[in-house]
Design a protein around this ligand. Structure first.
Ligand code: FES
Length: 121
């Protein structure tokens, strides 16, 4: 599985960053509850979520304003839609990302989260 590391210092609490590695685009979000990461595609019309905003545990897509629960990836406007999760674990002062290339292009519908997203702080 492809993997990448991001310095924790690049992701202040209540912010997000876009990461591009090995052809994969990933959005990494840090809240007071931990670190979360998803493939950087909104399931609505594929706008990059890394251009969006995060506030109070909610990620807002820059495209048409759909909102997603940062912890679960579930869309709050259309709950049948979810983001594709990327494993994100904090190790020391870095965030270790790991993803499955088979799911990178998938638009999960219905939502099927299986604990693939990890968070620690
Ligand atoms: S592309 Fe995200 S809300 Fe439309």
């Amino acid at each position: 599985m492809p993997e990448a590391k991001v310095p924790l210092a690049e992701i202040p609490i209540d912010s997000l960053v876009g990461v591009e590695r090995d052809g994969a685009d990933i959005v990494v979000i840090r809240t007071s509850k931990g670190i979360f990461a998803y493939h950087d595609r909104c399931p609505h019309a594929y706008w990059p979520l890394s251009q969006g905003t995060v506030s109070n545990g909610v990620l807002e897509c820059p495209g048409h304003g759909w909102e997603f629960d940062v912890e679960t990836g579930r869309c709050l406007n259309a709950p049948a839609y979810c983001l594709s999760p990327v494993s994100a674990k904090q190790t020391g002062e870095s965030v270790h990302l790991e993803w499955n290339t088979a799911t990178a292009e998938a638009t999960p519908l219905p939502c099927e989260h299986t604990g693939d997203v990890s968070a620690s702080s």
